[in-house]
Design a protein around this ligand. Structure first.
Ligand SMILES: Nc1ncnc2c1ncn2[C@@H]1O[C@H](COP(=O)(O)OP(=O)(O)O)[C@@H](O)[C@H]1O
Ligand SMILES: [Mg+2]
Length: 278
């Protein structure tokens, strides 16, 4: 993971520095970070070379807004992380930070950039491992672009919005995909549900990965196990509406049998009583 972007820091300053300076209006004084308007985001994404046009916002979540954008004739997705809805306290004051010093402004912009960096990195690793995720394209500052899953300007529906013909096969495919993500790319998704799976070309596509946890020799495996458990539960919950029932413990075991970092094989011995997620 790295914040390095395609700008040469020596020539023009990084994208964060440029954003901070823009917010401060070219002075060295205090800055106010507020909700950027569509036109400002559009202009910035084009200036940063992420898209040739930004058409409209498709969805606004807690932390990021998803835009339909264009790279010449091709529709792409632009995801913009925002400051006013991030969980850290500084951004809670009515959705924006009043009068931050240049240093603080840069730090806050940096936090946002870190989430975009993480999502891009996870997408890239999952894509390389063969998981069906939107292909990551580019990332600068708090923006990233990825493949648009859909047809023309019509986005693929979320899994919860479709009526599946062969739900059992789809459920198996989702767990196969998730197993690839866990076993080969070493990530636990953390928010897998019928909302964050798109249905496209008769296949499930996993999206929305910024809260993913890396599974490596420094991980807390007890926590990873709980994350896997919750994701498996959420997927099974959706398929219950089709009358399909599976033992979540069995699926969890398949995951854990497929991969546990070498040094953490005995993690259960270190388990505290009454451990709970969050
Ligand atoms: N690559 C994509 N192609 C098509 N639609 C997308 C894509 N990424 C996101 N979307 C749409 O935007 C919605 C929100 O995206 P998501 O990444 O889940 O962000 P969040 O839930 O954090 O707002 C998705 O449910 C989906 O409908
Ligand atoms: Mg989502």
């Amino acid at each position: 993971m790295s914040r390095v972007d395609k700008f040469n820091p020596l020539a023009k300053g990084t994208a964060i520095d440029q954003k901070r300076d823009l917010i401060r209006g070219g002075t060295s004084g205090k800055a106010v970070i507020e909700e950027p308007r569509f036109e400002a985001i559009r202009k910035e994404a084009i200036t940063l070379g992420l898209a040739t046009d930004v058409l409209y916002p498709m969805s606004a979540g807690k932390e990021a807004t998803i835009f339909l954008a264009k790279w010449n004739d091709h529709p792409i997705i632009l995801k913009a992380y925002r400051v006013w809805a991030t969980p850290h306290k500084l951004s809670m004051t009515k959705g924006h930070i009043r009068e931050s010093s240049g240093k603080k402004t840069r730090w806050i912009l940096g936090l946002l950039e870190d989430i975009a960096v993480k999502e891009f990195d996870v997408l890239q690793n999952c894509f390389k491992a063969g998981v069906r995720v939107p292909t990551p394209i580019s990332r600068v500052a708090n923006y990233l672009t990825m493949r648009f899953i859909g047809d023309g300007e019509r986005p693929a529906p979320q899994l919860r919005e479709v009526e599946l013909e062969d739900p059992e096969a789809v459920m198996n495919e989702i767990f196969d995909q998730y197993l690839l993500m866990y076993r080969d790319a070493h990530f636990a998704h953390g928010d897998l549900s019928a909302y964050n799976i798109l249905w496209w070309n008769c296949h499930p596509w996993i999206i929305d990965v910024p809260q993913t946890e890396a599974v490596n020799k420094w991980s807390d495996m007890n926590r990873i196990e709980l994350i896997l458990q919750r994701d498996i539960y959420n997927v099974l919950k959706y398929f219950e509406s089709y009358g399909i029932e599976r033992n979540p413990e069995h699926i969890l075991k398949v995951f854990l049998d497929a991969y546990i970092p070498e040094n953490l094989r005995n993690y259960k011995e270190l388990r505290n009583e009454g451990i709970e997620l969050l």
